[in-house]
Design a protein around this ligand. Structure first.
Ligand code: KIV
Ligand code: NA
Length: 274
Protein backbone atom coordinates (compact mmCIF):
# COMPACT_ATOMS: atom_id res chain seq x y z
CA UNK A 1 0.00 0.00 0.00
CA UNK A 2 1.16 3.53 -0.74
CA UNK A 3 1.96 6.04 2.03
CA UNK A 4 -0.88 8.48 1.34
CA UNK A 5 -4.18 6.72 2.00
CA UNK A 6 -7.78 7.98 1.77
CA UNK A 7 -7.83 7.92 5.58
CA UNK A 8 -4.80 10.26 5.70
CA UNK A 9 -6.40 12.60 3.17
CA UNK A 10 -9.52 12.77 5.35
CA UNK A 11 -7.46 13.57 8.42
CA UNK A 12 -5.74 16.46 6.63
CA UNK A 13 -8.92 18.54 6.62
CA UNK A 14 -8.36 21.65 8.72
CA UNK A 15 -4.72 20.67 9.41
CA UNK A 16 -2.76 20.70 6.18
CA UNK A 17 -3.65 21.67 2.61
CA UNK A 18 -4.04 18.75 0.23
CA UNK A 19 -2.22 18.88 -3.11
CA UNK A 20 -3.39 17.03 -6.21
CA UNK A 21 -2.27 17.04 -9.84
CA UNK A 22 -3.22 15.05 -12.89
CA UNK A 23 -0.70 12.77 -14.59
CA UNK A 24 -1.29 10.41 -17.47
CA UNK A 25 1.99 8.61 -18.04
CA UNK A 26 4.98 7.03 -16.28
CA UNK A 27 7.59 9.83 -16.41
CA UNK A 28 5.11 12.50 -15.36
CA UNK A 29 3.82 10.43 -12.46
CA UNK A 30 7.40 9.77 -11.27
CA UNK A 31 8.00 13.53 -11.08
CA UNK A 32 4.67 14.27 -9.36
CA UNK A 33 5.44 11.65 -6.71
CA UNK A 34 8.99 12.94 -6.27
CA UNK A 35 7.64 16.50 -5.81
CA UNK A 36 5.70 15.34 -2.76
CA UNK A 37 2.22 15.92 -4.21
CA UNK A 38 -0.40 14.07 -2.15
CA UNK A 39 -2.71 12.77 -4.88
CA UNK A 40 -1.64 11.81 -8.42
CA UNK A 41 -4.78 11.76 -10.47
CA UNK A 42 -5.46 10.09 -13.81
CA UNK A 43 -8.23 12.47 -14.87
CA UNK A 44 -10.51 12.03 -17.84
CA UNK A 45 -9.17 15.46 -18.85
CA UNK A 46 -6.69 13.27 -20.72
CA UNK A 47 -9.30 13.18 -23.50
CA UNK A 48 -8.60 16.87 -24.08
CA UNK A 49 -4.96 17.43 -23.13
CA UNK A 50 -3.53 14.11 -24.37
CA UNK A 51 -5.95 13.07 -27.13
CA UNK A 52 -6.90 16.51 -28.46
CA UNK A 53 -10.68 16.17 -28.08
CA UNK A 54 -12.82 19.28 -27.46
CA UNK A 55 -14.38 17.75 -24.30
CA UNK A 56 -14.22 14.62 -22.13
CA UNK A 57 -17.31 12.86 -23.47
CA UNK A 58 -15.70 10.09 -25.49
CA UNK A 59 -12.98 8.94 -23.13
CA UNK A 60 -13.16 5.14 -22.86
CA UNK A 61 -12.56 2.73 -19.99
CA UNK A 62 -9.71 1.25 -22.07
CA UNK A 63 -7.94 4.62 -22.18
CA UNK A 64 -8.41 5.09 -18.43
CA UNK A 65 -7.13 1.59 -17.69
CA UNK A 66 -3.98 1.96 -19.85
CA UNK A 67 -3.06 5.37 -18.45
CA UNK A 68 -3.82 4.31 -14.87
CA UNK A 69 -1.49 1.33 -15.30
CA UNK A 70 1.37 3.57 -16.44
CA UNK A 71 0.86 6.06 -13.59
CA UNK A 72 0.46 3.35 -10.95
CA UNK A 73 3.82 1.81 -11.98
CA UNK A 74 5.56 5.10 -11.14
CA UNK A 75 3.96 6.20 -7.88
CA UNK A 76 5.32 4.91 -4.57
CA UNK A 77 4.16 7.52 -2.03
CA UNK A 78 1.15 9.49 -3.32
CA UNK A 79 -2.42 8.27 -3.53
CA UNK A 80 -3.25 7.17 -7.08
CA UNK A 81 -6.74 8.27 -8.07
CA UNK A 82 -8.48 7.36 -11.36
CA UNK A 83 -11.47 9.03 -12.99
CA UNK A 84 -14.55 7.07 -14.02
CA UNK A 85 -15.17 8.25 -17.62
CA UNK A 86 -18.53 9.37 -19.04
CA UNK A 87 -20.84 6.39 -19.59
CA UNK A 88 -18.98 4.03 -17.26
CA UNK A 89 -21.19 4.44 -14.17
CA UNK A 90 -24.48 6.16 -15.09
CA UNK A 91 -26.40 3.24 -16.60
CA UNK A 92 -26.47 1.05 -13.49
CA UNK A 93 -24.77 0.50 -10.15
CA UNK A 94 -23.61 -2.89 -11.45
CA UNK A 95 -21.79 -1.38 -14.41
CA UNK A 96 -20.27 1.29 -12.18
CA UNK A 97 -18.98 -1.37 -9.80
CA UNK A 98 -17.49 -3.45 -12.63
CA UNK A 99 -15.71 -0.46 -14.12
CA UNK A 100 -14.41 0.77 -10.78
CA UNK A 101 -12.93 -2.69 -10.20
CA UNK A 102 -11.08 -2.43 -13.53
CA UNK A 103 -9.44 0.83 -12.45
CA UNK A 104 -8.46 -0.60 -9.07
CA UNK A 105 -6.98 -3.66 -10.78
CA UNK A 106 -5.02 -1.32 -13.07
CA UNK A 107 -3.34 0.05 -9.94
CA UNK A 108 -5.54 2.89 -8.66
CA UNK A 109 -6.05 3.33 -4.90
CA UNK A 110 -9.39 5.10 -5.37
CA UNK A 111 -11.80 6.26 -8.07
CA UNK A 112 -13.55 9.57 -8.78
CA UNK A 113 -17.03 10.12 -10.15
CA UNK A 114 -18.76 13.32 -11.22
CA UNK A 115 -21.89 14.30 -9.31
CA UNK A 116 -22.97 13.14 -5.90
CA UNK A 117 -26.67 13.11 -5.15
CA UNK A 118 -27.41 11.10 -8.33
CA UNK A 119 -24.86 8.44 -7.44
CA UNK A 120 -25.28 7.97 -3.71
CA UNK A 121 -26.14 4.29 -4.11
CA UNK A 122 -23.10 3.58 -6.25
CA UNK A 123 -20.77 5.45 -3.88
CA UNK A 124 -22.14 3.57 -0.85
CA UNK A 125 -21.77 0.23 -2.61
CA UNK A 126 -18.18 0.94 -3.72
CA UNK A 127 -17.14 2.14 -0.28
CA UNK A 128 -18.69 -0.90 1.41
CA UNK A 129 -16.85 -3.25 -0.92
CA UNK A 130 -13.58 -1.46 -0.20
CA UNK A 131 -13.14 0.97 -3.08
CA UNK A 132 -12.50 4.53 -1.82
CA UNK A 133 -14.41 7.18 -3.78
CA UNK A 134 -13.92 10.89 -4.41
CA UNK A 135 -16.88 12.91 -5.69
CA UNK A 136 -16.90 15.98 -7.93
CA UNK A 137 -19.37 18.87 -7.95
CA UNK A 138 -19.65 22.46 -9.12
CA UNK A 139 -18.70 22.44 -12.77
CA UNK A 140 -18.96 18.80 -13.87
CA UNK A 141 -17.36 18.67 -17.34
CA UNK A 142 -19.20 15.46 -18.28
CA UNK A 143 -22.38 17.62 -18.38
CA UNK A 144 -20.76 19.82 -21.03
CA UNK A 145 -23.66 19.55 -23.48
CA UNK A 146 -26.40 20.36 -20.97
CA UNK A 147 -24.39 23.23 -19.48
CA UNK A 148 -23.71 24.67 -22.92
CA UNK A 149 -19.93 24.66 -22.42
CA UNK A 150 -17.66 25.25 -19.44
CA UNK A 151 -18.76 28.08 -17.16
CA UNK A 152 -18.62 29.19 -13.55
CA UNK A 153 -21.20 27.55 -11.25
CA UNK A 154 -22.94 28.60 -8.07
CA UNK A 155 -24.32 31.93 -9.26
CA UNK A 156 -27.95 31.03 -8.54
CA UNK A 157 -29.67 29.72 -5.40
CA UNK A 158 -30.66 26.63 -7.35
CA UNK A 159 -27.07 25.83 -8.34
CA UNK A 160 -25.77 26.45 -4.83
CA UNK A 161 -28.35 24.06 -3.46
CA UNK A 162 -27.46 21.41 -6.01
CA UNK A 163 -23.76 21.69 -5.14
CA UNK A 164 -24.45 21.45 -1.39
CA UNK A 165 -26.77 18.50 -1.96
CA UNK A 166 -24.04 16.68 -3.91
CA UNK A 167 -21.43 17.27 -1.21
CA UNK A 168 -23.74 16.10 1.58
CA UNK A 169 -24.81 13.01 -0.33
CA UNK A 170 -21.15 12.14 -0.91
CA UNK A 171 -20.33 12.63 2.75
CA UNK A 172 -23.29 10.45 3.76
CA UNK A 173 -22.38 7.71 1.30
CA UNK A 174 -18.82 7.51 2.64
CA UNK A 175 -16.79 9.35 -0.02
CA UNK A 176 -13.38 10.44 1.35
CA UNK A 177 -13.24 13.83 -0.42
CA UNK A 178 -14.94 15.97 -3.05
CA UNK A 179 -13.63 18.10 -5.92
CA UNK A 180 -15.29 21.49 -6.26
CA UNK A 181 -14.67 22.79 -9.75
CA UNK A 182 -15.10 26.38 -10.96
CA UNK A 183 -17.64 27.75 -8.47
CA UNK A 184 -17.74 31.18 -6.88
CA UNK A 185 -15.21 31.09 -4.04
CA UNK A 186 -17.92 31.82 -1.46
CA UNK A 187 -19.83 28.72 -2.52
CA UNK A 188 -16.74 26.53 -2.16
CA UNK A 189 -16.16 28.06 1.28
CA UNK A 190 -19.73 27.27 2.30
CA UNK A 191 -19.43 23.65 1.20
CA UNK A 192 -16.06 23.32 2.96
CA UNK A 193 -17.70 24.45 6.21
CA UNK A 194 -20.80 22.31 5.75
CA UNK A 195 -19.19 18.90 5.19
CA UNK A 196 -16.73 16.91 7.28
CA UNK A 197 -14.86 15.51 4.26
CA UNK A 198 -12.07 17.50 2.54
CA UNK A 199 -12.93 19.72 -0.41
CA UNK A 200 -10.40 19.95 -3.21
CA UNK A 201 -10.87 23.04 -5.31
CA UNK A 202 -10.04 23.93 -8.89
CA UNK A 203 -10.91 27.45 -9.98
CA UNK A 204 -12.96 27.82 -6.77
CA UNK A 205 -10.74 30.01 -4.63
CA UNK A 206 -8.63 29.58 -1.49
CA UNK A 207 -11.23 28.62 1.16
CA UNK A 208 -11.09 24.89 0.47
CA UNK A 209 -9.06 22.02 1.91
CA UNK A 210 -6.85 21.45 -1.12
CA UNK A 211 -6.14 22.31 -4.74
CA UNK A 212 -5.96 20.35 -7.97
CA UNK A 213 -4.55 21.40 -11.35
CA UNK A 214 -4.19 19.71 -14.73
CA UNK A 215 -0.58 18.79 -15.60
CA UNK A 216 -0.61 20.45 -19.03
CA UNK A 217 -2.11 23.69 -17.68
CA UNK A 218 0.42 23.96 -14.83
CA UNK A 219 3.39 23.34 -17.12
CA UNK A 220 2.29 25.42 -20.09
CA UNK A 221 1.89 22.69 -22.69
CA UNK A 222 -1.78 23.15 -23.55
CA UNK A 223 -3.15 26.01 -25.59
CA UNK A 224 -6.71 26.10 -24.22
CA UNK A 225 -6.09 26.27 -20.47
CA UNK A 226 -8.94 27.67 -18.35
CA UNK A 227 -8.50 31.21 -16.93
CA UNK A 228 -8.19 29.95 -13.32
CA UNK A 229 -5.17 27.71 -13.98
CA UNK A 230 -1.77 29.07 -12.93
CA UNK A 231 1.09 28.41 -15.35
CA UNK A 232 4.10 27.53 -13.20
CA UNK A 233 6.37 26.94 -16.20
CA UNK A 234 6.42 27.45 -19.94
CA UNK A 235 7.52 23.98 -21.00
CA UNK A 236 5.83 24.38 -24.37
CA UNK A 237 8.42 27.02 -25.30
CA UNK A 238 11.32 24.93 -23.99
CA UNK A 239 10.17 21.86 -25.92
CA UNK A 240 9.64 23.86 -29.10
CA UNK A 241 13.16 25.35 -28.90
CA UNK A 242 14.70 21.89 -28.43
CA UNK A 243 12.79 20.46 -31.40
CA UNK A 244 13.76 23.40 -33.61
CA UNK A 245 17.42 22.94 -32.66
CA UNK A 246 17.28 19.25 -33.53
CA UNK A 247 15.60 19.98 -36.85
CA UNK A 248 18.13 22.69 -37.72
CA UNK A 249 21.18 20.62 -36.70
CA UNK A 250 20.21 17.57 -38.76
CA UNK A 251 19.48 19.70 -41.83
CA UNK A 252 22.85 21.48 -41.36
CA UNK A 253 24.78 18.23 -40.87
CA UNK A 254 25.73 19.16 -37.29
CA UNK A 255 24.02 16.25 -35.58
CA UNK A 256 25.16 13.57 -34.97
CA UNK A 257 28.42 15.13 -33.76
CA UNK A 258 31.67 13.21 -33.33
CA UNK A 259 30.74 12.19 -29.77
CA UNK A 260 27.51 10.57 -30.90
CA UNK A 261 28.87 7.90 -33.26
CA UNK A 262 31.63 5.32 -33.56
CA UNK A 263 33.67 4.32 -36.61
CA UNK A 264 36.02 1.44 -37.33
CA UNK A 265 39.05 3.37 -36.00
CA UNK A 266 37.38 3.57 -32.60
CA UNK A 267 37.02 -0.18 -32.19
CA UNK A 268 39.59 -0.36 -29.37
CA UNK A 269 37.69 2.02 -27.19
CA UNK A 270 34.32 0.91 -28.41
CA UNK A 271 33.06 0.65 -24.87
CA UNK A 272 33.92 4.22 -24.02
CA UNK A 273 30.25 5.18 -24.28
CA UNK A 274 28.22 2.02 -24.70
O1 KIV B 1 -10.19 15.17 -15.20
C1 KIV B 1 -9.72 16.09 -14.50
O2 KIV B 1 -8.61 16.60 -14.71
C2 KIV B 1 -10.51 16.57 -13.37
C3 KIV B 1 -9.97 17.70 -12.56
C4 KIV B 1 -10.17 18.99 -13.26
C5 KIV B 1 -10.55 17.72 -11.20
O3 KIV B 1 -11.56 16.02 -13.12
NA1 NA C 1 -12.37 14.64 -14.69
Amino acid sequence: MREVTPKKIREMKGREKITMITAYDYPSALLADKAGIDIVFVGDSLGMVVYGEPNTLNVSMEQMVFHTRAVAKAVKRALVLADMPFGSYEVSVEEGVKNAIRLIQAGADAVKIEGGADHEKLVRKLVRMGIPVMGHTGLTPQRYLRLGGYRIMGETEEEIEEILKDAKALERAGAFAVVIEFTLADVAKLVTEEVSIPTIGIGSGPWVDGQVLVWHDLLGIYENSPPFAKRYANLGEIILKALQSYNREVKAGEFPGREHYWEFLDKDDFRRKA
